[in-house]
Design a protein around this ligand. Sequence first.
Ligand SMILES: Nc1ncnc2c1ncn2[C@@H]1O[C@H](COP(=O)(O)OP(=O)(O)OP(=O)(O)O)[C@@H](O)[C@H]1O
Ligand SMILES: [Mg+2]
Length: 149
Amino acid sequence: MKRISFDIFSCEQMNEFGLKIANALPNGTVIALVGDLGAGKTTLVRGVARGLNINEVVQSPTFNIMKLYLKGSRPLIHIDAYRLADINTDIGLDEYIGYETGLTMIEWPHFIENLLPEDTLWINIKSTGENSRHIEVYSSNDSLVEALK
Ligand SMILES: Nc1ncnc2c1ncn2[C@@H]1O[C@H](COP(=O)(O)OP(=O)(O)OP(=O)(O)O)[C@@H](O)[C@H]1O
Ligand SMILES: [Mg+2]
């Protein structure tokens, strides 16, 4: 299990990390975003969307659970599983996770952990100050982690 960690000190740096993800990770990658409320999960998805030339506004899809962006250089699927916390129902999300021509990013992934592939790329975001965040990246697929070095 390869692991990297680093610190960032601004939203702009989170955005840059998103651009890197957009450029470096292969289609079909599933990215699980772990962090408290306000850690910056959606902010990172916005950076990825920008890197994929998606012009639509990326909001927390809390009310949709899932949003699919198809107008960029490749598809981006944004899932926020927060509201699935207490629902033990198959709502068909597995059809979209790992959608082979794009990237899937999942906030609150633990609520749908049984749907995540073995080689999910995990990104933990921890707030260490108003604008600073500690980031940890790991996956059983070392090449995904290597790509973000
Ligand atoms: N370095 C940083 N990276 C990301 N966000 C930051 C950073 N510094 C400050 N922020 C602020 O922290 C907040 C992060 O909010 P965001 O909606 O991205 O969190 P979230 O993890 O998606 O929360 P939720 O669990 O509620 O969906 C924003 O207001 C953003 O401006
Ligand atoms: Mg969010």
